[in-house]
Design a protein around this ligand. Structure first.
Ligand code: NDP
Length: 286
């Protein structure tokens, strides 16, 4: 095994965006402009960067992005008030509350307050529950994007052994559900997993979503494995690095996503897909 395909998340995201731009144009002809409301609380620099990326993507495909910035010292009630107003605004198709919220704000209460049919992040229990029963409405953007990236190099997921490292509600758990629904045999690893190297070595597909730089070593990988690196970590030099030792995986993995330029752009493209789908559903409901 010598050649490793580098999965170009930016290029695949651009394809998704081009398709979405066509759909948005068709909606505009019916006098509907999909609208995403982004609630940003406080001044967290990383959150501001993410919000800027989302706003730019929205502009590229013709989605209206409305920023709702609240100061960092607001109460839970104030954030809830904002969310309820957006729930009631018929012009808003999708609501995104940028995480993390400041410590005094009750994140769970805020996420629960978002109307499920506007929850384009897919974090509301109603949407997570729908995914569990196999009738998804909004699928969390990062796992949805990962499935797209996996399928770009591995169209037949059925029967493959997949390992998801990490079990968070926003990445690991929905990721495992999606792979299960695609008929993979799925193992979920976490901080109590005994022999991670052995689990990695058995997997045809590895999705790493931990937040620890280079923790998945290249020599652990099964030759030819498809490796999706969700992790975003900042190295000592300030550069972004993933959870997988990318250089060591080259020549061993069959395909791998880089960090940056892999999962990140696809997450944003899938957010936009959810917004456009939300606008379509609203139109269908009349
Ligand atoms: P969380 O911190 O919520 O979850 C991390 C998971 O990793 C937990 O389930 C934890 O296990 C597990 N874990 C911790 N240590 C180990 C270990 N030694 N071995 C195996 N598993 C371990 O993180 P998120 O899911 O929110 O995010 C994960 C990473 O993905 C982060 O780097 C984040 O920045 C990135 N991310 C990237 C996105 C993108 O668009 N590219 C979007 C979202 C996240 P346990 O449950 O036992 O504690």
């Amino acid at each position: 095994m010598t050649g490793t395909t580098i999965i170009d998340g930016r290029a695949i995201a651009r394809e998704v965006e081009a398709d979405l731009a066509t759909k948005t144009s068709a909606l505009l002809e019916r006098a509907v402009r999909p609208c995403l409301a982004v609630v940003l609380v406080g001044e967290d620099p990383a959150s501001r960067v993410y919000v800027r990326h989302k706003t730019r993507a929205a502009e590229r495909i013709g989605v209206e992005a409305r920023d709702h910035a609240l100061s960092g010292d607001v109460s839970t009630e104030r954030v809830l008030q904002e969310v309820r107003a957006l729930n009631d605004d018929p012009a808003v198709n999708g609501i995104l509350v940028q995480l993390p919220l400041p410590p005094q704000v009750d994140e769970n209460r805020v996420l629960l307050a978002i109307a499920p049919h506007k929850d384009v992040d897919g974090f509301h229990p109603d949407n997570l529950g729908r995914l569990v029963i196999g009738e998804p409405r909004f699928v969390a953007c990062t796992p949805r994007g990962c499935m797209h990236l996996i399928r770009s190099v591995c169209p037949e997921i059925s029967g493959k052994r997949a390992l998801v490292v990490g079990r968070s509600t926003i990445v690991g758990k929905p990721m495992a559900l999606l792979l299960t629904q695609a008929d993979a045999t799925v193992i979920v690893a976490h901080s109590k997993t005994q022999d991670l190297a052995a689990e990695v070595g058995r997997a045809d597909i590895v999705v790493a979503a931990v937040g620890r730089p280079k923790m998945i070593r290249g020599e652990w990988l099964r030759a030819g494995a498809v490796v999706i690196d969700v992790g975003i970590n900042r190295g000592d030099d300030g550069k972004l690095i993933g959870d997988v030792d990318f250089d060591a995986a080259l020549g061993r993995a069959g395909a791998i996503t880089p960090v940056p330029g892999g999962v990140g752009p696809m997450t944003i493209a899938c957010l936009m897909s959810n917004v456009v789908e939300a606008a379509h559903r609203r139109l269908d409901r009349g």
